[in-house]
Design a protein around this ligand. Structure first.
Ligand code: NAD
Ligand code: MG
Length: 403
């Protein structure tokens, strides 16, 4: 490598953002951080600014940006502080930036990630919701503007590694029979169905193998995360729904696989640590140290596999349904899910109301073509409104029992 790569990290205070900075800090001669962003976490962003000295720090929330600007000035740091969504788009498309880590959570990531695609950046894509909502628009924009997409989601990064290096979006031409996405099964894999009614946000967020943000942790516990990943794989690899199979694999050691027509199955393995896909994408096509403990297969000893239980995890079936329906259906699925998950985390609805809310919204809204960003944002807004109405009507979550 002959020059330093300049980075923007969208969502730098989150789980993926901090893991990215951990890898970057191991290679000071290779990467320079130009912009860091967050929603409203000015304390965490200040600490990151003091350590990584970016040129820009952006907070979506203007009040938080004001507080950060004061602290930056008091500390005498040479960091320009900006606020608002336009500033997020701006730092995602700066001419001096080579690589954008897209690690905002949820639909909020769509506009800045799309801005990076329009600017032809190398995009390390963690924000799966961008592809779920606006897969065709995002992929077309990336292609038109020469952006490079490298998947960060561990499953998609694994598939990317197991596909031929020159894979150009044609499974059959590459001799691929299907893509196998592994799923840990989440926090409630072994919880009796009758107990699922009572589970708390804390239990849902206690993932057995991965430490992640709260939204994706709940998504893992409902298996909506795997459903979103099926849609993500569809767009990234141009794979039809029937060519994407989910396999439950509790150890999370095999991160996903590609099955070829000659009977070969190629997998990527490793300890469950997001620094592996992050380092892979940062250095691609080279390899760099990620700080990840080497996999000890003898210690792992056994790898298990089973079929997903679609009746236990209705969200997975709802995602396949949205993918098959096409158009704005996945955007509606995603929006209803975001509202339902936020309501569950706020203790406004019980766990089992998450799939119920999404299904009711999907039954109520008719999907239409998703040709423009306005089509997608309109479907997102309509599904959000419908989901909020259902949440408000729902009975409050059961109160914790008094001793
Ligand atoms: P997180 O909640 O830990 O962090 C989210 C980041 O986005 C924070 O920096 C937050 O300030 C910022 N943010 C949140 N809302 C925002 C808004 N409205 N506008 C601007 N910024 C906002 O989330 P995470 O677990 O790091 O996940 C980030 C993305 O990566 C998600 O799309 C998730 O699905 C994906 N992902 C995460 C993991 C993981 O291990 N955490 C694995 C695979 C994929
Ligand atoms: Mg994943």
């Amino acid at each position: 490598m002959n020059r330093i790569a300049h980075l923007t990290i969208l969502g730098s205070t989150g789980s993926i953002g901090t893991s990215t900075l951990d890898v970057v800090a191991r290679h000071p001669g290779r990467y320079r951080v130009l912009a860091l962003t967050a929603q409203r976490q000015d304390d965490a962003l200040f600490e990151q600014c003091a350590r990584f000295r970016p040129r820009y720090a952006v907070l979506l929330d203007d009040d938080a940006a004001g507080r950060l600007a004061q602290r930056i000035a008091a500390a005498g740091l040479d960091v320009q502080v900006l606020g608002g969504i336009a500033a997020l788009e701006r730092v995602a498309s700066l001419p001096e930036v080579d690589t954008v880590m897209a690690a905002i959570v949820g639909a909020a990531g769509l506009r800045p990630t799309l801005a990076a695609a329009r600017a032809g950046k190398k995009i390390l894509l963690a924000n799966k919701e961008t592809l779920v909502m606006a897969g065709r628009i995002f992929m077309d924009t990336a292609r038109q503007h020469g952006a490079t997409l490298l998947p960060i989601d561990s499953e998609h990064n694994a598939v990317f590694q197991a596909l031929p290096r020159d894979y150009a979006g044609d499974l059959a031409a590459s001799g691929v029979r299907r893509i196998l996405l592994t799923a840990s099964g989440g926090s409630f894999r072994d919880t009796p169905l009758s107990d699922l009614r009572q589970v708390t946000p804390e239990q849902a967020c206690a993932h057995p193998n991965w430490v992640m943000g709260r939204k994706i942790s709940v998504d893992s516990s409902t298996m909506m995360n795997k459903g979103l990943e099926v849609i993500e794989a569809h767009w990234l690899f141009n794979a039809p729904a029937d060519a994407i199979q989910v396999v439950v694999h509790p150890q999370s050691v095999i991160h996903s696989l590609v099955q070829y027509v000659d009977g070969s199955v190629l997998a990527q393995l490793g300890n469950p640590d997001m620094r592996t896909p992050i380092a892979h994408a940062l250095a691609y096509p080279e390899r760099i140290e990620a700080g990840v403990e080497p996999l000890d297969l003898v210690k792992v000893a056994t790898l298990g596999f089973s079929a997903p239980d679609f009746s236990r995890f209705p969200c997975l079936a709802l995602a396949y349904r949205a993918l098959r329906a096409g158009g704005t259906a996945p955007a509606a699925l995603n929006a209803a899910n975001e509202v339902a998950v936020a309501a569950f985390l706020n203790r406004e609805i019980p766990f089992l109301d998450i799939p119920r809310t999404i299904e009711t919204v999907m039954d109520a809204v008719t999907p239409s073509a998703a040709n423009t960003l306005d089509d997608v944002l309109g479907a997102d807004a309509a599904a959000r409104a419908a989901a909020r109405e259902l949440v408000q009507r729902a009975a409050p979550a059961p109160a914790p029992r008094q001793p």
